[in-house]
Design a protein around this ligand. Structure first.
Ligand SMILES: Cc1cn([C@H]2C[C@H](O)[C@@H](COP(=O)(O)OP(=O)(O)OP(=O)(O)O)O2)c(=O)[nH]c1=O
Length: 202
């Protein structure tokens, strides 16, 4: 099997790949994450994912490179990571009581021949109508600062979520089922890639 290279600094993405037992190495991309103007939210996420994957693919002669980018979309407007605590408070105030979308764009590149596949997953997240007090207490924990939309559903931010429709892993930053489908086209079968596939105790 070709080597898998995750073009990401996100600990969440590593944890999600670890959970399915796929061996990989990490090479963080060196791109300046600028949200391109005049693109749909899905195209924005896929474009950023592509920039990350291309940047890393250029450093390797072979291997399957995975790039991803997660954004939150409220009424068609893209929310990335908060710039500071005030920005985080503003984002959470805008998100409370809403149903919004979380989109993760994926780009997978075979560094050897340049074959590239892009896709995105979209999940709807319904937020409770949380109080300013709760927002301030949450922002004070620091958890929102490195996360799109200023929350982490997998952490304390999960307390604000009334429900979701769609892929949970997508919200956390890597839509594993979609990625598994894409990787099959690169000759990587997550379910069957090793002979000794004993997952007892996982
Ligand atoms: C909405 C949401 C986002 N996030 C995270 C996932 C992503 O790591 C982050 C969005 O930022 P990204 O720019 O997608 O990723 P990153 O900067 O963390 O890592 P890299 O660019 O190196 O791949 O927000 C959560 O962890 N939980 C959530 O509920």
């Amino acid at each position: 099997m070709k080597e898998i290279i995750l073009a990401s600094a996100s600990p969440r993405r590593r944890e999600l790949l670890d959970a399915v037992g796929l061996p990989y190495k990490v090479q963080v991309s060196a791109i300046d994450e600028k949200i391109p103007a005049a693109m749909t939210p899905a195209d924005t996420a896929m474009n950023l994912a592509l920039q990350k994957a291309q940047n890393v693919a250029g450093k390797f002669a072979s291997g399957i490179v995975i790039g991803a980018d997660t954004i939150v979309v409220l009424n068609g407007h893209v929310l990335g990571k908060p710039k500071d605590k005030t920005d985080a408070v503003n984002m959470l105030q805008a998100l409370r009581g809403t149903t919004h979308q979380v989109i993760t764009g994926l780009a997978v590149i075979d560094a050897e021949d340049g074959k590239t596949v892009q896709a995105f997953e979209e999940t709807e997240v319904c937020f409770k109508n949380i109080s300013d007090d709760d927002i301030n207490a949450y922002v004070a924990t620091g958890e929102p600062m490195d996360k799109a939309g200023a929350y982490g559903i997998q952490g304390l931010g999960g307390l604000f979520v009334a429900g979701i429709r769609g892929c949970y892993f997508n919200v956390v930053g890597l839509p594993i089922p979609l990625l598994a489908e894409i990787l099959k086209g690169f000759g990587v079968d997550i379910l069957r890639f090793r002979k000794d596939n004993n997952r007892e105790g996982v």
